[in-house]
Design a protein around this ligand. Structure first.
Ligand code: AMP
Ligand code: TRP
Length: 338
């Protein structure tokens, strides 16, 4: 039997992947594939928790699959959540091992429900949005994952997942579920180029993020317009957000040599921000070109890739089915196969 540890993570099909997602999470997913048994989900049931367009959801799901494969995720490690219906089945069972109070303390719920209520007069906050962390716990526990690589914003959901696992184990009298650990990346938050006080994010609008498939002209323009500062701190140790973010991007792109040269120039007061921006543009373009090239290849046989993902979801589902069968035994739920 393999002694390799298991990794599980997931991402919602809500549009583009930007460099914040990439350096904060997805790049790490690609690397972890070398060392661990990795399973990555495109979680379409999660994407229903906020107002969404049914006609677009399926398309967004396939788009995200292609994008993830182009970035370096192996198709055999990928599944689509709704092709493994055991996730929602387990989520119901786990919701009976999670308290209303615990869920109401989740900050993502508070943020998102506030977002909905400020956007429109007849704010609709779904019970799905409230219960979403239980579905996330099911995504993780169903594969009995040891580690979950995510950004810092998911820490609270992971803590809840561990509480649910422990409560389940103690109520059924068996150490059944593994309490998963969080794996954070080294990359700090990548900030918006247009407003470096805010994190790079899709929800702020296209000015605020750079897609990993950005068109060259748009990428050049976004970096050119990036908000810096008036340069009054050049020649000192003080560095404001805009400049810090540029250096964070160079570091994430592993451009250590040029980054060291530019940093030295900052410290002695001779740095031109145009040079710094040019270095960032070239570093990001290198990645964009590599990913876009692979995406172009994949687009030639979309049907083939779809079939591969259906097959991998089918394989991955077998482990989920095993778990559900055992959970039903442990909880007294009927376990009959028709
Ligand atoms: P989201 O698109 O917000 O659902 O995030 C998907 C993943 O990317 C999560 O693991 C986040 O923690 C991570 N992420 C999102 N935005 C950033 C950012 N600006 N910097 C670093 N990581 C991020
Ligand atoms: N909640 C995560 C986010 O907003 C996405 C997610 C759903 C997830 N299920 C998961 C992440 C399981 C890790 C593991 O980014």
């Amino acid at each position: 039997m393999s002694t390799k540890k298991r990794i599980l993570s997931a991402i919602q099909p809500t549009g583009d992947i930007h460099f914040g997602n990439y350096f904060g999470a997805v790049q790490n997913w690609v690397r972890l594939q070398e060392e661990y048994i990795c399973t990555y989900g495109v979680v379409d049931y999660h994407a229903m928790t906020m107002p969404y367009e049914p006609k677009k959801l399926r398309q967004n799901t396939w788009d995200l699959i292609i994008n993830l494969v182009a970035i370096g995720i192996k198709p055999e490690n990928l599944f689509i959540q709704s092709l493994v219906p055991e996730h929602t089945e387990l989520a119901w069972i786990l919701s009976c091992f999670c308290s209303h109070g615990e869920l109401s303390r989740m900050t993502q719920f508070k943020d998102k429900s506030q977002q909905s209520s400020t956007k429109s007069d007849d704010a609709f906050i779904s019970a799905g949005l409230f219960g979403y962390p239980v579905l996330q716990a099911a995504d993780i526990l169903i594969y009995r994952a040891d580690y979950v690589p995510v950004g810092k914003d998911q820490e609270q959901h992971l803590e809840l997942t561990r509480n649910i696992a422990q409560r389940f184990n103690s109520r059924v009298g068996k150490e059944y579920f593994v309490a998963p650990e969080t794996l954070f990346t080294e990359t700090p938050k990548i900030m918006s180029l247009a407003d470096p006080k805010k994190k790079m994010s899709k929800s702020l609008g296209p000015k605020h993020y750079v897609s990993v498939f950005e068109r060259e002209a748009d990428l050049r323009n976004k970096v050119k317009k990036a908000q810096m500062d008036s340069g009054e701190h050049r020649g000192t140790e003080v560095m404001l957000e805009g400049v810090t973010n540029m250096f964070a991007i160079l570091k994430a792109c592993e451009k250590t040599e040029i980054s060291a040269q530019l940093r030295a120039a900052y410290l002695d007061g001779s740095l031109s921000y145009v040079d710094l921006k040019n270095a960032v543009t070239e570093a990001l373009l290198e990645k964009v070109n590599e990913f876009s090239e692979r995406k172009k290849e994949l687009m030639k046989d979309k049907k083939g890739l779809k079939n591969q993902i259906k097959a991998s979801s089918f394989e991955i589902r077998k482990r989920a089915q095993e778990t559900i069968k055992e959970v039903k035994e442990l909880t007294g739920i009927m376990n009959v196969r028709f």
